[in-house]
Design a protein around this ligand. Structure first.
Ligand SMILES: [Mg+2]
Length: 297
């Protein structure tokens, strides 16, 4: 594989595989703030956005391309630490940084990451495969990332510890889990929870032409902070950027309590309707997709 140094990257996919391509912006003031997020954290989260999309298709990452627009006055140390954070995660997942571009930004840092992945032909797990009767599962815990954002918004001067809010500052893309679900044929549809459970479940339902019924009390709520506390239900249902996997399971397939060390929780089932309901006992309400609004609220 030829990487940086030529006019184009030359990449080879394994035989009988298809390419997966995803692209994501990371923008200062929208996805991070320099006074809240360390450069390493920004680099890590930038690549996580792309890797998590590859995980959601059941794919394996191959290479990443990074284009940056940087303010003229940005200290070189910030950039070095950003790249360290990104490369550290790339190395752990065997991803090559195979190219990119840099330019001067008139205002704030902009990073655009493109990740190329591969998946055996015809085996990518799509959003459109959910069928009535399929069970709905989510990996890990939800709401941890949004809770960190809420705490910082409440007290903008406060620095949160990355250790107490790991899912926000250094989220792990669920690549191994996604690959195993694909290999074992366990998921009929899948998405990563980048926008929040209510919005991401709505994406699966729309693409699959189905509805869903979840039990709010089953949704695994993250335990974060110091002292550690369970996050609010609202943030577990609607908060984004947890980068967990949300997937549907066909009848007859059994899901273990954990795969690759990640807990898996059934939160509901796919229905024939077109709408998504959240049930509490016999009482339900329609779960409106209240997606992620980043730091704009
Ligand atoms: Mg995604």
């Amino acid at each position: 594989m030829a990487g940086i140094g030529d006019d184009c990257a030359v990449l080879r996919l394994p035989p009988n595989h298809e390419a997966l391509v995803t692209t994501d912006f990371t923008l200062e003031g929208i996805h991070f703030r320099r006074d809240w997020h360390s450069p390493e954290c920004v680099g890590h989260r930038c690549l996580t956005r792309g890797l998590s999309d590859i995980a959601a298709m059941g794919g394996e990452p191959v290479a990443a391309f990074l284009s940056l627009a940087l303010p003229r006055k940005l200290p070189q140390a910030w950039l070095n630490r950003f790249v360290d954070g990104l490369l550290n995660l790339a190395k752990r997942h065997g991803v090559t940084l195979a190219g990119g571009d840099t330019a001067e930004s008139p205002n704030g840092i902009l990073a655009d990451i493109v990740v190329l992945g591969s998946v055996p032909k015809g085996k990518a797990i799509l959003r459109s495969g959910a069928k009535p009767g399929d069970r709905i599962y989510v990996s890990g815990e939800l709401g941890g990332s949004a809770t960190a954002v809420k705490r910082m918004q409440e007290k903008p001067k406060r620095r949160l510890s990355a250790r107490d809010y790991r899912r926000h500052f250094f989220p792990e893309p669920r690549l191994e889990l996604g690959r195993i679900l694909r290999e074992r044929g366990l998921a009929s549809a899948m998405i990563d929870t980048s926008d929040g459970l209510s919005t991401d479940l709505d994406h699966i339902c729309k693409e699959s032409g189905v509805g869903a019924e979840i039990k709010a009390e089953l949704v695994p709520r993250a335990v974060v902070g110091r002292p550690a506390r369970q996050v609010e239900m609202r943030l577990a249902l609607h908060g984004g950027e947890d980068y967990e996997l949300l997937f549907t399971v066909p009848r007859g397939k059994r899901i273990p309590a954990q795969i690759a060390g990640i807990s898996l929780t059934q939160i509901g089932a796919i229905t024939r309707g077109k709408r998504v309901f959240s049930m509490s006992g016999d009482v339900g309400y329609e779960l409106q997709p209240k997606g992620w609004e980043h730091f704009t609220s």
